[in-house]
Design a binder for this molecule. Structure first.
Ligand SMILES: Cc1ncc(COP(=O)(O)O)c(C=O)c1O
Length: 307
């Protein structure tokens, strides 16, 4: 398969150090800027991994329909990869997620089915989306991408960890990130470990949906994370801690990051940065914290973060 097409533009993203929003006596905070991927999110890594490996195995063939239920970032990435690979794509989406994500999927040629909501992401809504996607995927000529189950999802993030290790000479004290499926955090960790780097690892979630920290999820507004059930790829044995972060602090820091650091990001990245700064304060000067810049703020214009 040719690797000079748009799929080759996935990965090798920059990593930047925050200068203004981190106190002087705190540890360094580095952010892996995944908005540099073709659809502006780290999800491109998993979409390319899932679809190219499925094609290689013969589990899907050109012209088949890929199906997934999605809050939009995964769907946009799958729509992108499907377009390059000659596959059709149907996304089961909801109006609880940003309208610009729906439009992005359509731009890449996807069919988008919208489940109605009251504007919040609830476990009940996710269940409805899931049932609809399962029913569609059972039809002949369909392939369920299975973002919550396919081993190719976690494997797709392995290079992200290797890239982080290479950029920072494997000197990382703590790695934290908010989890949806948990694949990005765990897959990147696999890559870090393969490169000989063993930082403390922390899974983050919104305080408004504290499933990992208290056992009970709830409605919240941080797109892509806090899915209301245990993140299927999350291996608790590999974690040092789980921490819940107030979504309002995450949205505030998104606005600060754009103005003070020139970093324009979405809510899950804001959540990651709030936590990373907290750990940087705890660890102090001379240490290094790394987190993920999941996607770009441009996906959230007109919503509750940037208005
Ligand atoms: C914007 C955003 N941030 C974070 C995540 C969480 O990533 P993961 O599912 O790999 O845990 C997602 C997942 O959909 C996302 O869309």
């Amino acid at each position: 398969m040719s690797r000079a097409n748009m799929l080759s533009a996935v990965g090798n993203t920059p990593i930047i150090r925050l200068e203004q929003v981190v106190p002087d006596d705190a540890a360094e905070v580095w952010v892996k800027l995944e908005s540099g991927n073709p659809t502006g999110s780290y999800k491109d890594r998993m979409a390319v991994s899932v679809l190219t490996r499925a094609l290689e195995r013969g589990a899907v063939k050109p012209g088949d329909r890929v199906v997934e239920y999605t809050g939009g970032s995964t769907g946009t990435a799958l729509a992108f990869a499907a377009a390059v690979l000659g596959l059709k794509f149907t996304a089961v989406f909801s109006d609880a997620f940003s309208e610009s994500k729906r439009k992005s999927m359509v731009a890449y040629g996807a069919e988008v089915l919208v489940e109605p909501s009251d504007g919040t992401i609830t476990p009940e809504l996710i269940q409805r989306m899931k049932s609809r996607a399962y029913a569609l995927a059972a039809k002949p000529g369909s392939f369920y991408a299975d973002q919550f189950g396919s081993p190719d999802v976690r494997a797709g993030y392995n290079p992200m960890g290797r890239e982080i290790a290479d950029s920072l000479d494997s000197e990382i004290d703590l790695f934290c990130s908010a989890v949806g499926t948990g694949a990005a955090l765990m897959g990147a960790l696999d890559g870090l470990v393969a490169a000989g780097c063993r930082p403390d690892v922390v899974a983050l979630e919104p305080l408004q949906s504290p499933l990992l920290t208290t056992g009970t999820g709830g409605p919240h507004k941080v797109e892509g994370v806090g899915v209301g059930f245990y993140p299927p790829f999350l291996d608790r044995n590999l974690l040092s801690e789980t921490r819940a972060i107030d979504q309002e602090d995450a949205f505030d820091v998104c606005r600060r990051l754009a103005r003070e650091e020139g970093l324009f990001c979405g809510g899950s990245t804001g959540l990651n940065v709030v936590a990373a700064i907290g750990y940087a304060r705890q660890l102090g000067r001379g240490k290094r914290v790394v987190t993920l810049g999941c996607d770009s703020g441009s996906k959230y214009l007109g919503g509750h973060i940037f208005g």
